[in-house]
Design a protein around this ligand. Structure first.
Ligand code: ADP
Ligand code: MG
Length: 219
């Protein structure tokens, strides 16, 4: 069988007009290596582990599939939670949030940031209506383990971003606990700059049979 030519541009991927408009507005045209390898299987609903060095474009490698997979399943009106993105730090979570808002601008979905720093009660009131949550593990678990409006039974996708740093920061237990709240048939995408033993263990425990991706010669 002849191999399909690899998609080089976002316009080769059959994305929704909303996502294409967001990408074009942000001047993202050509896929980076990790995006090229991770986005097509993720769009098909497969679990993906992507290891690629810092600066290689891992954020869009999960934001694009996230928007595409969620767009027909959740909306601002139904207010159901469709995806959770876990990030090791507040600063990184904020960067993801900003990229998501920029690229997802034309979609009809809501996104919230849960990283602490704000009043806990105020945060808890807002998150019950969000379609997408970007969170640090400790703070998300705090909300989940308390009586709150946060319902996870419709979560279609979990993203573990910068998984090596999540583990370095001692969040393994919190991530394990969060997994217990999520449907087992969800899709999981895991991204990391390095491929350590503990990242592999986390992938084994949190993902189904997945597509492994090593881009840009990362270790
Ligand atoms: P990583 O998470 O792998 O460290 P980021 O997702 O933060 O990398 O992306 C690094 C930089 O590359 C960001 O400034 C981002 O805007 C830019 N970038 C990502 N993907 C593309 C792309 N397809 N085209 C142009 N610039 C991109
Ligand atoms: Mg990153």
């Amino acid at each position: 069988m002849e191999k399909q030519p690899a998609p080089e541009r976002f316009s080769d991927l059959n994305l929704s007009p909303e996502t294409m408009k967001g990408l074009n507005n942000a001047k993202y045209y050509r896929l980076t290596d990790v995006q090229l390898q991770a986005i097509p299987p993720a769009l098909e609903g497969k679990d993906v582990v992507g290891c690629a060095k810092t600066g290689s474009g891992k954020t869009l490698a999960f934001i694009v599939p996230l928007l595409e997979r969620l767009q027909s399943r959740v909306s601002v009106e139904d207010g159901s939670l469709g995806a959770i993105v876990l990030s090791p730090t507040r600063e990184l979570a904020l960067q993801i949030f900003e990229t998501l808002n920029k690229v997802g601008k034309y979609h009809h979905m809501s996104a919230g940031l849960i990283t602490g720093g704000k009043d806990h009660k105020q945060e808890a009131e807002r998150i019950g209506m969000m379609n997408i949550l970007i969170a640090t593990p400790g703070r998300l678990l705090q909300h989940l383990s308390q009586v709150s409006d946060l319902r996870c039974d419709n979560v279609e996708m979990l993203v573990l971003d910068e998984a090596d740093r999540i583990l370095d920061m001692g969040f393994k237990k919190d991530v394990d606990a969060i997994l217990q709240y999520l449907p087992t048939d969800r899709q999981t995408l895991l991204f990391s700059a390095t491929q350590t033993r503990s990242v592999k263990d986390l992938a084994r425990l949190s993902l189904r049979r997945h597509v492994p991706i090593w881009a840009n010669g990362s270790s």
